[in-house]
Ligand binder design. Structure first.
Ligand SMILES: [Zn+2]
Length: 78
């Protein structure tokens, strides 16, 4: 790593994305039995509803993995 890149690292700050169009989080659930996935959605309850429908149709599919996506913004501190 060069000296310049170390200095640049010190000059940056990482914060949650504040842009109005960026969701705070996006939730997605995946069935661990068949790998089917919900649509990604800002509202966890939408993904959860998908899991209830999925297990209703496939009673042996009882394991789910959630992926949460968060958005970050880098800003110069100086
Ligand atoms: Zn499944």
């Amino acid at each position: 790593m060069s000296t310049r890149s170390v200095i640049r690292f010190a000059d940056w700050k990482m914060s949650p994305e504040a842009a109005a169009e960026a969701p705070k989080m996006v939730h997605e659930l995946q069935c661990t039995t068949c790998c089917a996935t919900s649509a990604p959605h800002e509202d966890f309850e939408i993904a959860r509803d998908w899991a209830f429908q999925h297990v209703g149709r496939n009673p042996s599919h009882q394991g789910y993995r959630e992926t949460v996506t968060r958005f970050w913004r880098m800003t110069l501190t100086s």
